[in-house]
Design a protein around this ligand. Structure first.
Ligand code: GLU
Length: 473
């Protein structure tokens, strides 16, 4: 709930926009155009639930039409409001610009708590919502492309695709009307882990940045850093799992809906995931202690805090109790504008949502490209590469007279699969975007935090698109 004096999520986004805008030379009229949501569609539709009809409240907001299609997830949550969806849609525009994904930003929201409905009822709601979008031309591979968000996943995306096909079956690129689909239904390998994996690559960039690490008194490098994670949903789970398994990070605290746990020697995320699937809760996990309150995870002493749940989690009332040196905003908007001011004064590094969680939409972009090309990545070149590498390995073997083991040959002469290409493209995207953000901080000495720099980067790109379109001379 919004506390008195606490800015709303939308207000925080607008305030961050204004702060960044003051560091640019973009004309005020163009800034005003970039800032506003271009189209807001509010829908109420009836769905028969049991013996009764329920009127469902839903939204789709297209924040920016400077590029087509617009892109962004669909959220199912009791807390959905028009303002929240507007804030999320705006973040999508900036996010896409930062990682050079050529889309405008959008977001959808359906005001329901998925836990309160059966699978069949959720399917009915999803199909009806999609129908409403088709009716108003708010969905399509060249118009607006939804994806999963809080409370939705590949199952919902499959229902959306199927409903869309009922209306647009003959459309050659219909599969690109939604992303985050199951792999067997025109999805792409690596989309599910993408946001978490992107968070991992982004954190790795920050902790390898000597200048930033010096400023908070941490050693350079990921290995051995402590991490606390709020939310073990898709994003939190993959961030924690990949950071510990591939980065050597120690996850010491995890919070979920039902409570929070702590273990200073580290929590095995895969085991915790299985424990939760078995018992329905993260509590009473062997070796870890239960914390009194779930919000305690936000306040534990750790190097990296990953809020991976919802917006407005770190606010004026608890910002002073945060002990982390680095906050990676895996969720959208977890730190309010007021809390950010307090944390920045303390020297905390905040890696902004619009950069750090952009891995999801990046791989969504790859999925959309795959759908438009009607072919799996790697299909053309994999065997060719494999044969070329094998010829090279055999040549080395002949020239040196030393034999190379068959197992080593297979590893050396491997062509890339779809998952390898997706991960490589994602890593490249996160590394390049980080470089651009840091370059802005080096060039503009009065830009001192990552969010402002990321925003300045996004605003510059969107503004130049508008200028190239001839909308603003
Ligand atoms: N819902 C995700 C986000 O907030 C993904 C959006 C997408 O893939 O289009 O970035």
């Amino acid at each position: 709930m919004k506390k008195k004096n606490e800015p709303s999520f939308y207000e925080s986004v607008q305030r961050n926009f204004d702060r960044a805008a003051s560091h640019t030379k973009i004309p005020s009229g163009l800034l005003a155009q970039i800032k506003e949501c271009n189209a807001v569609y509010q829908i109420r539709f009836p769905v028969k639930i049991g013996a009764n009809y329920e009127v469902i409240e839903a939204y789709r907001v297209q924040h920016s039409h400077h590029r087509a299609p617009t892109k962004g997830g669909i959220r199912y949550s009791r807390k959905v409001t028009q303002e929240e969806v507007m804030a999320l849609a705006a973040l999508m525009s900036y996010k896409c610009a930062i990682v050079d994904v050529p889309f405008g930003g959008a977001k959808g929201g359906v005001k329901i708590s998925p836990r309160e409905y059966s699978t069949a009822q959720l399917e009915k709601i999803t199909r009806r919502y999609t129908t409403e979008l088709v009716r108003k031309n708010f969905i399509g591979p060249g118009i607006d492309v939804p994806a999963p968000d809080y409370g939705t996943g590949s199952r919902e995306m499959a229902w959306i695709l199927d409903t869309y096909m009922v209306f647009k079956g003959g459309e050659i690129d219909a599969a690109g009307c939604v992303t985050g689909k199951p792999v067997a239904q025109s999805g792409i390998r690596g989309r599910e882990e993408a946001t978490g994996r992107g968070v991992f690559y982004g954190i790795r960039e920050v902790v390898n940045d000597a200048e930033l690490m010096n400023s908070v008194g941490l050693e350079v490098g990921l290995e051995g850093k402590t991490m606390a994670v709020q939310g073990l949903g898709n994003v939190g789970y993959h961030t924690a799992k990949i950071s510990s398994e591939e980065g050597g990070v120690k996850v010491i605290s995890v919070a979920e809906y039902e409570g929070a746990i702590y273990n200073k020697s580290g929590i095995d995320i895969e085991k915790l995931h299985r424990h939760r699937a078995r018992t329905g809760s993260i509590m009473d996990f062997p070796g870890a202690k239960n914390l009194e309150q779930r919000k305690a995870t936000l306040e534990v002493r750790c190097d990296i805090l990953v809020p991976a749940a919802l917006e407005n989690q770190i606010k004026k009332s608890n910002a002073n109790r945060i002990k982390a040196k680095v906050i990676a905003e895996a969720a959208n908007g977890p730190v309010t504008a007021d809390a950010e001011e307090m944390l920045l004064k303390k020297g905390v590094i905040i890696i902004p949502d619009m950069y750090i969680n952009a891995g999801g939409v990046t791989v969504s972009y790859f999925e959309w490209l795959k759908n438009l090309s009607h072919m799996r990545f790697g299909r053309l070149e994999k065997r060719f590469d494999q044969n070329t590498y094998l010829n090279l390995v055999n040549l080395v073997e002949r020239q040196t007279g030393k034999s190379i083991k068959e197992r080593e040959k297979t590893v050396l002469a491997r062509g890339a699969d779809e998952i390898d290409l997706v991960r490589s493209g994602l890593e490249e995207t996160m590394v390049t975007a980080y470089g651009q953000i840091r370059e802005i901080m080096h060039r503009k000495k009065d830009v001192k935090d990552l969010r402002t720099a990321a925003f300045v980067n996004a605003l510059g790109k969107i503004a130049s698109d508008y200028i190239n379109l001839g909308v603003f001379p």
